[in-house]
Ligand binder design. Structure first.
Ligand code: ARG
Length: 459
């Protein structure tokens, strides 16, 4: 059996069970690119500070590049007995180039190394998630461009509320996604500080230059406090909360579209390419992708909860528990990327059933609030007009008709304030024309919002 890199003080080797239980290479090999990048920066700094020679640095840099090449070609053998990605790469480097490699871990601990790798990985992850969110925004705006003029019932409590333009509804998700991007960018800016050189927890007496490694790795600055640098995983918590919020947004979109694809709603028809069937019921065509978007939000949230729970009782500074931060993070990023991609694909492959939506519009008195506003214009206090319209709706319910079907005499019997021009406010088409406030569903407002997004997203 190979002696561990930390084996000096040990007389016995660890049991097979302990080795299996404590290894992380099976998942943290995901960090190999960042680990090699960090090691290269560290070696360059050590050489400039006189802690290794230029030729030692060069063989380290070359060896690390060769290891990276082998990993990418699938020719690198990851070994569980070498525990984690850091020791796998360091030990392989020693195997490959010998003595110079033994200087690489000068003024470094796996505690600051893993933090450096992980911050770089999370930064790279954000740089993959943000374009994916934008891609979904583009898909939604393109869908909105095809949906001009369509009015849909707006719901509160899943009960008919007021009419809205379909474009307005779609853009509401584009707005949510925009804040998701800002959250990710904020998280990126906050995590972009360098732990390297914090060593185990206390720093070092060796003459290192932390600003140099920080700069080489594209960080804003070195972290100020070495204990903090190896202890906290708040940057991961932020990334996983940002992902969880995206997941919740997508889950709600999924819920709406699953509902809208039902026979009862029938507002959308997903194409066959984004639907799946039943193994027993031959007629079935199910919107599974959006159901799974809704379903997978659960694991993204669980990943965050897992990380928060992991950290909540830990004494400072590093504890091995922290190794458990990787899998939820990898899972969260992988899952959110899949959810974003499939949501965009779904948006590209649905059609809105205009006729069906049009037929659905008259039910539910969507114009009632517009009618209440009409009475306000006529000088009636809103609370009174609310009551008048409420009684008008009650009359409709008993007559099984719409507000626009009531005669002027019937309306006047409820309130003398009604006049002939009331019919310009009744019916969904009329009602929607009356919206004009900033951010409202009014035709011009929504056109302005559409223009904003088309320009901003460069569509
Ligand atoms: N694999 C470990 C992790 O992910 C690296 C740090 C281990 N440090 C230690 N002193 N055992 O956290």
């Amino acid at each position: 059996k190979e002696v561990k890199l930390w084996g000096g003080r040990f007389e016995e080797s660890v049991t097979e069970n302990v080795e299996k239980f404590t290894e992380s290479i099976s998942f943290d090999k995901e960090l190999y690119r960042q680990d090699i990048r960090g090691s290269k920066a560290h070696a360059s700094m050590l050489a400039r500070q006189g802690l290794m020679t230029i030729s030692e640095r060069d063989s380290i840099l070359e060896g690390l590049s060769e290891i990276e090449r082998r990993i990418e070609l699938g020719q690198f053998r990851w070994r569980a007995d070498r525990e984690d990605v850091h020791m796998n790469i360091e030990a392989a480097l020693i195997d490959m180039i010998g003595e110079p490699a033994k200087k690489l871990h000068t003024a470094r601990s796996r505690n600051d190394q893993v933090q450096t790798d992980f911050r770089l990985w999370c930064r790279d992850a954000i740089d993959r998630i943000v374009p994916s969110v934008k891609h979904l925004q583009v898909a939604l705006v393109k869908l909105a461009l095809k949906s001009g003029g369509i009015i849909v019932p707006g719901y509160t409590h899943l009960q008919r509320a007021q009419p809205v333009l379909l474009q307005h509804y779609l853009l509401s998700f584009v707005e949510q996604l925009d804040r998701d991007i800002i959250r990710l960018q904020d998280c990126r800016a906050k995590l972009n500080f360098c732990p390297l050189g914090a060593c185990a927890l206390a720093g070092t007496g060796l003459p290192i230059d932390r600003s140099m490694t920080s700069e080489l790795l594209g960080f804003t600055a070195p972290l100020r406090n070495s204990i903090d640098a190896v202890s906290d995983r708040d940057f991961v918590m932020e990334l996983l909360s940002a992902n969880s919020i995206i997941a919740v947004h997508l889950s709600r979109l999924g819920e709406d579209w699953v509902l809208w694809a039902s026979e009862e709603f029938g507002y959308i028809t997903p194409s066959d390419s984004v639907s799946t069937g039943s193994s027993i019921m031959p007629q079935k065509k199910n919107p599974d992708p959006m159901e799974l978007v809704r379903g997978k939000s659960a694991r993204v949230i669980a990943d965050l909860v897992s990380l928060l729970t992991l950290c909540k009782g830990l004494p400072l500074a590093y504890n091995r528990d922290l190794q458990e931060d990787k899998e939820p993070t990898f899972d969260s990023v992988k899952t959110i990327l899949g959810m974003l991609e499939v949501s965009a694909e779904f948006a590209q492959n649905i059609v809105f059933n205009k006729e069906r939506i049009l037929k659905a519009l008259p039910a539910g008195h969507l114009d009632a609030t517009t009618l209440a506003d009409y009475l306000v214009i006529k000088g009636i206090p809103f609370r009174t007009s609310h009551d008048i319209v409420g009684r008008s709706v009650a009359l409709c319910v008993s007559k099984r008709c719409q507000l626009q079907d009531l005669s002027l005499n019937e309306l006047k019997s409820i309130s003398p304030a009604f006049e002939q021009d009331v019919y310009e406010y009744l019916g969904v088409e009329n009602s929607i024309k009356k919206f004009s406030s900033y951010g409202s569903t009014g035709v011009e407002c929504v056109a302005g919002q559409m223009e904003y997004w088309v320009n901003k997203l460069g569509i």
